[in-house]
Design a protein around this ligand. Structure first.
Ligand code: NAD
Length: 447
């Protein structure tokens, strides 16, 4: 099929490249000409494992442009994958969505087109996008569908090719059928897997949830809110574990092996970050309040998450008493490993709080440092080429992002470089005994 994708960020580009790999002809549109130029040269404008390789494999089916007129008139399916960043009062800012919808409307072809909201959008946005397109489109035949995205940065391609489920929200059978045909290779798992992204054992088909627009839109928010509260729940239990002398890792394992609960998203630590959980929980609370509903559970998850970042500073204060003039090294900047995404990254908040208290902050990240410098030109953080360099004459280290490479550091050597060998493990990642034997005072964020 002919497909247009609006927005070539983490979601849009992943979707475009995967659909091209499956045999569809895909034109990716982005308003940022630098991104389009880079993509035309085969360069992915952000870090995502294997995306460059898959893009190269699918390149005969891929085109890139800033011009809607080159993508929309021939497209049978148009995906909207633009950003929906946090706006005023918790509701997301929909200016990119609005602009994309209008431009699509101006360029629709003569045939029936399915316009798909893949961006995470407030409930009711499907209807709103439909009305925006209609005002521009001069009677063209189209329908709007919702196809929320559940990929995780860092494993975006695996999540897209082998999803836990595909959700399609549409108001008529014709629209659902178009999207069913588009996704058939994924739903039936009938495509040949890329050699570098083998099909996981046991994946034979992907379940399809075919539903109405509002339900599809709510599924996305409800899923993200649930994952957020799972993290906040284990952090709340972690704070109690610390008081009563329990080991939160054992507690998490003990409850996670219960299949009704499951072990994922039960790692206590500094809490969630990234572009989705904070924004989507705020949007859910804002939508509910429009209908006169309170959402105390989701609000509490947000509150607990905010406090976890304060706890890092509190732990450092407990250990060092005074932060003014101290040097603190941060290991990890990205909001999680295997991405360079820094949106709502805990490391940025923590660095800000430490700087406000007069500390000197050094930081390292295996992937995200150049992006950090670009996006935070005024934050006085000294970046170090190697993780070990954050430790030189430092008063404490904080492990903020659980990159694998940090597990392998020569911790004895790191401790020797420091003025005082204190490590606050913000992810409860490292082995307390090993760190203690290496000369550290090991401080975990929860029991
Ligand atoms: P992003 O910021 O990485 O990418 C958005 C892209 O859209 C940018 O390249 C921008 O230049 C482009 N753009 C903005 N306005 C445009 C316009 N009018 N026309 C053409 N291009 C335009 O965003 P993202 O992380 O890919 O997220 C996109 C959406 O998907 C958001 O709603 C987000 O909540 C949702 N989502 C994100 C993830 C994730 O992990 N990143 C996962 C699931 C859902």
């Amino acid at each position: 099929m002919n497909v247009a994708i609006i927005g070539t960020g983490y979601v849009g580009l992943t979707t475009g490249v995967c659909l091209a790999y499956l045999g569809h002809r895909v034109t990716c549109v982005d308003s940022d000409p630098r991104k389009v130029d880079a993509l035309r040269c085969g360069q992915v404008p952000f870090f995502e494992p294997h995306l460059t390789e898959l893009l190269a494999e699918a390149k005969s089916n891929l085109n890139y442009t800033i011009d809607y007129a080159q993508a929309i008139p021939t497209a049978e399916v148009v995906f909207i994958a633009v950003g929906t960043p946090p706006g005023q009062g918790g509701a997301p800012d929909l200016k990119y969505l609005e602009s994309a919808a209008r431009s699509i409307g101006e360029n629709l072809g003569q045939h029936f087109t399915v316009i798909v909201n893949k961006s995470t959008v407030p409930i009711g946005s499907g209807n709103w996008v439909g009305s925006l397109v209609r005002t521009q489109s001069n009677g063209a035949s189209f329908a709007v569908a919702s196809n929320p995205e559940f990929l995780r940065e860092g494993s975006a391609l695996l999540d897209s090719l082998y999803p836990d489920r595909v959700v399609i929200g549409a108001e008529d059978a014709r629209t659902s059928e178009v999207l069913y045909s588009l996704y058939r290779p994924v739903l039936e798992q009938s495509f040949a897997a890329p050699v570098f992204l083998p099909r996981p054992d046991g994946v034979a088909a992907a379940p399809l949830i075919s539903t109405d627009l509002a339900s599809a839109e709510l599924i996305k928010y409800a899923a993200n809110a649930f994952l957020s509260l799972k993290i906040s729940y284990i952090n709340e239990i972690g704070n109690l574990a610390e008081k009563v002398g329990a080991d939160i890792r054992q507690v998490a394992k003990g409850i996670g092996l219960d299949r009704r609960i499951g072990g994922r998203f039960l790692q206590a630590g500094v809490g969630w970050g990234g572009s989705c959980f904070g924004k989507d929980t705020a949007a859910l609370v804002a939508t509910a309040s429009e209908y006169g509903l309170d959402m105390p559970i989701v609000k509490a998850a947000r509150e607990v998450n905010k406090k976890q970042r304060d706890r890092v500073v509190e732990k450092l204060l407990d250990e060092l008493k005074i932060l003014k003039g101290r040097t603190i090294g941060l290991l990890g900047l990205a909001f999680k490993p295997n991405t360079d995404d820094l949106r709502d990254a805990p490391a940025i908040d923590i660095a800000q709080r430490l700087i406000e208290r007069g500390a000197h902050v050094r930081a390292h990240d295996p992937i995200a440092m150049s992006r950090f410098r670009e996006e935070n030109p005024n934050l006085r953080v000294t970046l170090t080429a190697a993780a070990e360099e954050t430790a030189i004459d430092a008063d404490a280290l904080v492990l903020v992002t659980e990159w694998d490479s940090y597990q392998e550091l020569d911790w004895e050597g790191v401790a020797r470089k420091m003025r005082s060998a204190i490590l606050v493990d913000g992810r409860n990642l490292l082995d307390r005994e090993r760190l203690t034997q290496s000369g550290f005072r090991y401080v975990s964020l929860a029991g």
